[in-house]
Design a protein around this ligand. Structure first.
Ligand SMILES: Cc1ncc(COP(=O)(O)O)c(C=O)c1O
Length: 360
């Protein structure tokens, strides 16, 4: 039976993306790779809606590897971070910053609580050592879109730098790095872009990306090294997952050329609307008000008294992968439905039929 992934990554890929894996073998120290890498980097900047002052690098690894590449590299001694933390993946950024011993203010909110902008502004006013404000764009554990633009305005007002984890947002939301004053951000192919896991990327202002490799606290996940090799010869510092570069390129082409970023986001919005409309008709309750929800993840509670594990197993038996809620939401029998990757309106309608059967 064909499995249909309604989970927030990995996702189902379009046929040209799958076929691209069959490309003949190439070496990463070759002109052919350099041409491919150069094309990918340009397309990644377009994905984030950057201008000429932005550039990109690819990191062979999961989304965390790109996040860690950024956060282990940009802090000079004495620089502090302000972390806006309202979910599992805000917590993951905390773990990274703590591991690299970055002094930080952890502005913690409940999971599913919208960050308080007054608290963000106060933290910036009170501590001039805060160089970087860090936040997740789409907090996947709840499906919430954080106030990226509003925080960006504060970053600009107080003349700080802005890092945004866009792992579950790139190609699903408009990132608009220029308008949102984002200096550095990261994502991975195997989510809204519809490529495979393992191909992560970083996009940022060139002046930020051009950081001294010696300042980086990680050998492999080193932003300065990646930048220098990209700039010098369109190569990567270490042996990359070459095959996945073809797939990443094919997914970028699908998104930017075939479907268009606008078209892709509109499809995601349409799919989410169908899913949410159907769930509401079934009487299911959402974690968040709809205006706070991402285009690609819906966090929803099972009917009273219906446990989540057997439900997830029943959906899987019917060929559908959905996620159990995380943290305290698991105990509340919440589950998550994602419409990322090659999922179309008809797939969502079919999904609703199966969901209806399994919540009874
Ligand atoms: C917002 C966000 N950040 C980071 C990660 C970690 O990504 P990965 O599991 O690819 O390392 C995820 C994974 O779902 C995520 O949704």
């Amino acid at each position: 039976m064909k499995t249909r992934l309604f989970s927030p990554g990995p996702v189902m890929v379009e046929e040209p993306v799958r076929q691209s894996l069959l490309h003949y073998d190439i070496c990463h120290r070759s002109p052919e790779f350099e041409e491919l890498y150069k094309a990918i980097c340009g397309k990644v900047v377009r994905l984030f809606e950057g201008d000429d002052s932005y550039c990109a690098v690819v990191v062979s690894g999961s989304g965390t590897s790109a996040n860690e590449t950024c956060l282990s590299s940009v802090f000079a001694p004495g620089d502090e971070a302000l972390l806006i933390n309202n979910g599992e993946f805000g917590g993951r950024l905390l773990e990274i910053l703590t591991k690299y011993e970055v002094p930080l203010t952890n502005l913690k909110f409940e999971w599913g609580e919208m960050p308080d902008l007054a608290a963000v502004e106060k933290a910036l006013q009170e501590n001039e050592k805060i160089k970087w404000v860090c936040m997740v764009f789409h907090e996947t554990s709840t499906g919430m879109i954080n106030p990226v633009h509003e925080v960006g305005e504060l970053v600009k007002k107080y003349d700080r730098k802005y890092y945004v984890d866009c792992v579950s947002a790139a190609a699903g939301e408009h990132i608009e790095v220029v308008k949102n004053h984002i200096d550095l951000c990261s994502s991975v192919g195997g989510k809204c872009l519809g490529a495979y896991p393992g191909s992560a990327y970083v996009c940022g202002r060139e002046e930020i990306m051009n950081v001294a490799p010696e300042q980086g606290k990680n050998v492999y996940l080193n932003l300065g090294k990646h930048y220098q090799m990209m700039k010098k010869c369109w190569q990567t510092p270490n042996t990359p997952n070459v095959t996945l570069f073809w797939a990443l390129d094919a997914a970028l082409d699908w998104t930017l050329e075939k479907e268009g970023l606008e078209g892709r986001i509109a499809r995601y919005q349409e799919c989410a609307k169908i899913l949410r409309g159907g769930m509401k008709e079934m009487g299911l309750k959402f974690l968040l008000p709809e205006e706070q929800m991402a285009n690609t993840v819906t966090s929803v509670f099972l009917p009273e008294g219906k446990p989540v594990e057997p439900f997830i197993a029943a959906m899987a038996a019917d060929g559908y992968t959905v996620y159990p809620g995380k943290g305290k939401f698991l105990e509340m029998n919440m589950f998550q439905v994602a419409n990322m990757g090659a999922i179309y309106p008809d797939d969502c309608r079919e999904f609703l039929e199966v969901l209806k059967k399994n919540i009874q």
